[in-house]
Design a protein around this ligand. Structure first.
Ligand SMILES: Nc1ncnc2c1ncn2[C@@H]1O[C@H](COP(=O)(O)OP(=O)(O)OP(=O)(O)O)[C@@H](O)[C@H]1O
Ligand SMILES: [Mg+2]
Length: 482
């Protein structure tokens, strides 16, 4: 049976609600989406950009919701469906429950922000901390004005550790979110020119990320990347925060967790680092130098909440890249021919210049077999503002340096890159990603390594899924396993 999350009566005060109907004994989860709602959940009828949760209260009860939180205006029309907690503002009620969860929690709490690497770092922490004790962490990239309070409201009393992803599009957003989370440890993974449309320059972005330090509880720890140009600005903010000082990570030898050696194997890495005066070596299950740098932040954060180096290192070995963030799949051009296999590196979850470069480096580190080639299938990086065309064309050097043999590209911005490439490296360019799948599929050969990446809006994830659907994902013959 699922753990009791909240008692029915205990919900009234944090929600500032009046109850219509019989309050449930307890609820075992919190949901804002009927598609993923589990029986026993408390359903919050949140007003979204495209839909209003009040239209789904019936569906929530059909799926087994224990009760629903709705606003005054909808109460009369919905009361026949089941028990309602009636509030003035449903999102505010969710925040109220989140704050109550934080207040009752005895967990060590870690918050992660940054221009890129938030989910990767959060998932690494989830793995490492889960190996040490009951751990709660954000689902997916639930990092915004509803994702953060939802994750808090789901925090079980029994959790010993919790990890929260915090994101932002505008200055001031992180301040509001971290004020609810009140972490013991806050991490800024990196700062890069992402979401430039809402900011004048990278310093302004760094300033907005640094807001996370303002919410650290007294005596807590600020962890930040020492390799980035905005490091001094972040360090100043950390020192002025309740933490009062910063721990740093990066390739910089002066960092508290500094990368000494990085060796890329096919689908893992060997990392040696000097951390807080000690030599630490570990195998990291998620390949790529960028993941090794993320892992150094993880080591510092896990140390800060009391884990020892040995335990942390053991857990990092079994980290796996998340879906769309470097997960690898071997596919067969011909399901009956074990030699016709090629490797798909699915990096299709989002892109910006920093993660695009990291993914191209990952392709460079991968080894094609036989007559195979390195193939990049790239979509547009969105939200870059007026420098977009230039930032795309600049990837040419990364592709050449990494020995990429063939490039397929989709979208108007990627066209600037495609046309900058030498003719023999051009596979095909299409306006929409959907049209690119056929030429990519036709060009594939046994032994190829194919890396797929683009911003979520450029729909490269559909292309990656299309390739997986088109080619066999058969288990290799026993004799083929190496
Ligand atoms: N430190 C890093 N530097 C560059 N790229 C990275 C880094 N960490 C992760 N990536 C890559 O960036 C992409 C997005 O990673 P991830 O999902 O962890 O970022 P995020 O910050 O959670 O993104 P979002 O803002 O969309 O939630 C993935 O392709 C991942 O492999
Ligand atoms: Mg994320």
């Amino acid at each position: 049976m699922s753990e009791i999350l909240w008692s029915g009566l205990g919900l009234v005060a944090p929600l500032r609600a009046r109850v219509l109907g019989m309050p449930p004994q307890h609820v075992t989860g919190v949901s804002i989406d009927t598609r993923t709602l589990q029986p026993g959940d408390l359903f919050f009828a949140i007003q979204g950009d495209r839909s209003d949760g009040h239209d789904y209260v019936g569906a929530a009860f059909e799926r087994g919701a224990a009760a629903a939180v709705v606003d005054e205006g909808h109460a009369a029309a919905l009361k026949h469906l089941g028990t309602l907690y009636i509030v003035h503002d449903v999102l505010k009620a969710l925040e109220g429950l989140g704050r109550a969860a934080r207040k009752r929690s005895r967990a060590r709490i870690i918050a992660v922000t940054g221009s890129v690497g938030k989910t990767s770092t959060k998932e690494m922490l989830r793995k490492v901390l889960s190996d040490a004790g009951p751990t709660h962490a954000s689902d997916k990239s639930y990092n915004n004005h509803w994702g953060v309070p939802l994750t808090l409201a789901r925090l079980p009393e029994s959790a010993r550790y919790a990890v929260f992803e915090i994101g932002m599009n505008h200055a001031g957003e992180i301040t509001a979110l971290v004020d609810m989370v009140r972490p013991h440890v806050a991490i800024v993974t990196t700062v890069a020119p992402v979401h430039l449309e809402h900011f004048a320059n990278v310093e302004e972005i760094a300033q907005a990320k640094a807001e996370i330090f303002s919410g650290i509880v007294k005596g807590g720890v600020a962890i930040l990347n020492r390799d980035i140009e905005t490091f001094p600005l972040l360090e100043t903010a950390a020192k002025a925060s309740p933490a009062g000082y910063a721990l740093t990570f990066g390739a910089d030898p002066a960092a508290d967790a500094s990368l000494v050696e990085f060796n890329a194997a096919e689908d893992f890495s060997r990392v040696s680092a000097r951390v807080l005066g000690q030599d630490v070596s570990f195998r990291l299950g998620a390949p790529g130098r960028h993941m090794a740098i993320n892992a150094l932040a993880v080591v510092l954060a896990a140390r800060a909440v009391g884990l020892d180096f040995r335990t942390i290192a053991d857990s990092l070995a079994s980290v796996a890249p998340a879906q769309g963030r470097g997960a690898r799949e071997t596919l067969w051009l011909d399901g009956d021919d074990p030699l016709s296999r090629f490797l798909l590196i699915d990096e299709s979850y989002n892109a910006n210049p920093a993660s695009m470069r990291a993914a191209i480096d990952l392709l460079g580190a991968a080894q094609p077999t036989g007559a195979g080639r390195r193939i990049a299938v790239l979509g547009d990086m969105l939200e870059l503002g007026p420098t977009g065309p230039q930032l795309h064309a600049a990837l040419k050097d990364d592709l050449l340096r990494n020995g990429v043999d063939l490039v397929f590209a989709a979208g108007p911005l990627s066209r600037h890159l495609y046309e900058a490439l030498p003719p023999e490296k051009r596979g095909a360019w299409t306006e929409a990603a959907a049209a690119l799948q056929a030429p990519v599929a036709a060009a594939l050969r046994a032994g190829d390594v194919v890396m797929v990446k683009g911003s979520n809006g450029s729909k490269l994830h559909a292309l990656a899924a299309g390739l997986k659907g088109r080619f066999a994902v058969a288990e290799p013959q026993k004799s083929e396993v190496v």
